[in-house]
Design a protein around this ligand. Structure first.
Ligand SMILES: Nc1nc2c(ncn2[C@@H]2O[C@H](COP(=O)(O)OP(=O)(O)OP(=O)(O)O)[C@@H](O)[C@H]2O)c(=O)[nH]1
Length: 812
């Protein structure tokens, strides 16, 4: 079963989710939707699950890999040795006395194969090893090598009393700098000289400050070589693996500039490698760092502590501890500082602090591993998918570190499997960690892709925003210029179609509207699609009207709105974007596409935005035009008011100057209007004003304008009229008004008008003198008996003889 539903992915964001669910036989068919969020996306992603299993498999391999080593004892079997220990107070016990058997009675025989010595330089520590040959006549030591695991020892000396004197061999312990012991020594080895047949007794003197457990082995040459080679080989392979990890992490750091890689290099490459080398006793044989042996065990503690601090730093960064828990973050920082301080103290090489530093280093190791494992667990619970394998690795490392500490303290026997298995397991854990780090490359790539997608999206949005703004500005400008009465609507929706064509792929588009500001519209893009949409409107107008009632954009298939009507070949898909307008009017923007090119919700939203913008801008422009019209029109007569009349006159004046064309004015004034008001009342007076305005309007041409200039005075602007033509117009107006009959209470009211005419003269660049002359002409007409037209003379007022009393007008 598949369902589609809206799912919330963030505040205010929804997206469509397809959910697949197994269908039960009797289960009713139903669509399931579920709410998901970004976190779910990350945690429940299929890729994450797969990766998790890969991690599990890798971890399993890591844990299993050291098993053969752990299970594998040193190759070859040691000859049976009976061990006895002797601890004599004082560090100056003469070896000769021990070899002479002076202390034989004090030797304590042991049952097992391990000898545990308590350590300390204030006592002599001796082992007595008794070897019995397989046959009484055989040399028990023939071709044998006495071997001890390479645990930290100050000095170890083997003695073999023989008839011809005592054979003696001394090894300068763990921190020896004698290059003769090889680069990666795997053990303390004593190649024994031949001895007469029969049981033999060997004495071994051990000098070491700390407790130590020794396991003597008596191997033939071949078995010894195998054992040593295995130990050295494992150590060499571990070092090599760490160096490779170090280099690959360094390469990742160079490529990605991510600090976690550098910290990993620091922790793994420098310190862990050095620490392992030091723990194995190999560090002091490497040229260049041999001097490190000067610090002896203090050097190892310092390295271990520094390694803890680095591991904490790495985990802190990799697991973003600050985001996981502020408290843990603080504790990690404190621990780092503490371990670094102890590391510095350790490097002071204060002998008396040795045992304390050893305990502190051990504690630091365990606490660090636990702290990181805990942090990883918290991070994983907090939704960081990468933290889960990290948690597992550090849990394993905690155990490994505990084992290594137990070995160091002598709580576990120096089993070669444990010693070698530890470093192999650590190397594997590091390998897994580096795989986890490499996994972050994928995260980086994802983030980069996401950033790129976001950028592309932003660019696309910006482009659309640019088109939208351009559209809005252009539309406003065009609407400002367009006259009302249908043209504004046409301009607006044609612009919508043109803009949408630029941002939405489409076959065709149309704006259909009925009763939009009192008009019906059908605009199409391209123009020749008009017939198709016309048919569609006739046949499926009702359906479309119904769809528009929903008020939200949608896409419908052709079946739904009429295949025959559109006549589109191969079927079409339509986006229907309803237009918001008061009922009963309705309208919509239709966009046509091919059947396999569905509209994205974003596209529908965009189309709706453009349409909405066009509708609101047009409504606003129409409203503004209406306000403007109301501000310019005289309510009573429907003519321009005085302000608008002045504006028209000014404009006409400028145009006349520019075009060098004549311009004339009329002042029309009703005669004895006061008497009409007084006799018949103001309503009748108003009727007379309305009738006069209508009569004037009828006599005017297209380019002529009339305005109510005062109470019963009208201004008529006649562009392109010579005075004589203006006079004729005035005369027609006068006659038309003289014939008017306005209904009054006492019967029809008759009245007349006086008209003054004036024309612009050469050199006049403002209307003022023309208005004054027309006004004077009107005054003259009144004075001469009213009901007549007077044309002003060409002389300006007050410039002729007898002025201002002289009335320089001509009465007709
Ligand atoms: N009914 C009506 N009367 C108005 C209106 N505006 C002004 N009037 C009147 O118009 C009259 C103008 O009178 P006058 O300026 O004396 O002019 P007149 O009576 O026409 O005389 P002459 O112009 O000299 O012929 C006043 O009584 C005003 O009250 C209006 O809107 N309606």
């Amino acid at each position: 079963m598949t369902g589609v539903g809206a799912a919330r992915i963030g505040a205010g964001q929804w997206r469509t989710v397809r959910v697949h669910a197994p269908e039960a036989v009797d289960a009713p068919r139903q669509t399931r939707t579920r709410t998901i969020d970004a976190k779910d996306d990350q945690v429940l992603g299929k890729g994450q699950t797969n990766r998790w299993w890969r991690w599990m498999l890798a971890l399993w391999c890591a844990l299993c890999a050291p098993t053969p080593v752990v299970a594998h004892d040193a190759p070859g079997t040691s000859a049976p040795i009976r061990i006895a220990t002797l601890l004599v107070p004082g560090d100056d016990v003469d070896a000769e006395r021990v070899l002479a058997g002076e202390f034989d009675a004090l030797f304590v025989p042991l049952d097992g194969i391990d000898a545990r010595l308590p350590g300390g330089f204030d006592r002599s520590q001796w082992l007595r090893l008794e070897v019995t040959p397989p046959a009484p006549d055989r040399d028990a030591l023939h071709g044998a090598v006495l071997r001890f695991e390479r645990v930290p020892l100050e000095r170890i000396t083997a003695y073999l009393p023989r008839g011809d004197g005592t054979w003696r061999m001394q090894v300068d312990g763990f921190y020896a700098t004698d290059p003769g012991i090889g680069v990666l020594p795997g053990s303390y080895a004593f190649r024994l000289p031949p001895a007469p047949p029969g049981p033999r007794t060997l004495y071994v003197n051990v000098q070491e400050r700390h407790p130590v457990t020794l396991r003597p082995q008596l191997l033939d040459e071949h078995a010894f070589h195998l054992a040593d080679r295995a130990v050295s080989g494992i150590a060499a392979a571990t070092y090599a693996a760490i160096v490779v990890l170090m280099l690959s992490s360094l390469a990742l750091f160079v490529a990605l500039r991510e600090r976690a890689y550098l910290q990993f290099v620091g922790m793994t490459g420098v310190f862990l490698l050095l620490l392992l080398l030091a723990l194995n006793g190999a560090l002091y044989t490497v040229p260049g760092v041999r001097a490190f042996g000067w610090w002896r065990d203090h050097g190892i503690y310092a390295l271990a502590l520094a390694c803890c601090a680095l591991a904490l730093g790495f985990a802190r960064h990799f697991l973003t501890s600050e985001a996981v828990s502020a408290r843990m973050h603080r504790w990690i920082d404190r621990a780092r500082i503490a371990w670094l301080a102890f590391a510095a103290l350790s490097l002071c090489n204060i002998a008396s602090l040795g045992p304390t530093m050893q305990r502190i280093a051990a504690l630091a190791g365990v606490l660090t591993a636990l702290q990181i494992a805990w942090l990883a667990w918290r991070a994983w619970r907090g939704g960081n998918a990468l933290a889960r394998p990290f948690w597992l690795i550090w849990s394993v490392l905690t155990v490994l570190i505990a084992v290594r500490i137990a070995l160091a303290f002598g709580w576990l026997p120096p089993h070669p499997g444990l010693l070698n298995g530890f470093q192999v397991a650590v190397a594997f854990c590091l390998l897994l960690m580096s795989v986890g780090l490499a996994d972050r490359v994928m995260e980086f790539r994802k983030q980069r892709d996401l950033t790129r997608e976001l950028k592309e999206q932003t660019d696309a949005d910006l482009q659309i925003e640019h088109v939208r703004r351009e559209f809005a500005e252009d539309l406003r400008e065009r609407l400002r210029m367009a006259p009302p009465g249908g043209e504004m609507e046409w301009v607006a929706f044609r612009r919508v179609l043109a803009s949408l064509k630029a941002v939405l792929p489409q076959r065709s588009a149309a704006v259909i509207a009925t009763g939009y500001h009192g008009i019906d519209l059908l605009l199409t893009e391209p123009l020749d699609a008009k017939d198709r949409y016309g048919r569609l409107l006739i046949e499926r107008g009702g359906t479309l009207k119904g769809l528009c009632r929903s008020r939200s954009p949608m896409q419908v298939t052709l079946d739904e709105i009429g295949k025959e009507a559109t006549g589109a070949a191969g079927g079409s898909l339509f986006a229907v974007v309803p237009m918001a307008m008061p009922r009963p009017g309705w309208g919509a923007l239709l966009i046509e596409r091919g059947p396999n090119e569905p509209f994205e919700p974003e596209e529908l939203k965009r189309a709706a935005e453009f349409l909405h913008l066009a509708v609101t801008t047009t409504d606003e422009a129409l409203h503004q035009a209406e306000l403007k019209r109301k501000a310019e029109i005289d309510q009573l007569t429907g003519l321009y008011n005085r302000r608008a009349g002045d504006a028209v006159l000014n404009e006409a004046m400028l145009r006349a100057i520019a075009d060098r064309r004549p311009l004339s004015l009329l002042f029309v004034d009703i005669d004895h209007f006061k008497q009409i008001n007084d006799r018949h009342g103001h309503p009748v007076g108003d009727d007379c004003l309305r009738a006069t305005a209508e009569a004037i309007r009828r006599q005017l041409g297209e380019r002529d304008t009339a305005a109510r200039y005062g109470g019963e005075e009208f201004l008529v602007v006649l562009p392109g009229h010579q005075p004589e033509q203006a006079r004729q117009v005035g005369e027609r107006i006068r006659q038309a008004i003289a014939q008017l009959r306005v209904e009054g209470e006492g019967g029809p009211v008759r009245f007349s008008v006086s008209i003054g005419v004036a024309a612009r003269q050469a050199g006049e660049d403002t209307p003022q003198p023309v208005v004054e002359r027309a006004d004077r002409a009107l005054y003259a007409a009144k004075r001469n008996g009213r009901n007549q037209v007077h044309v002003a003379s060409s002389l300006p007022y007050g410039s002729g003889p007898g002025a201002p009393d002289r009335e320089d007008t001509v009465t007709l």
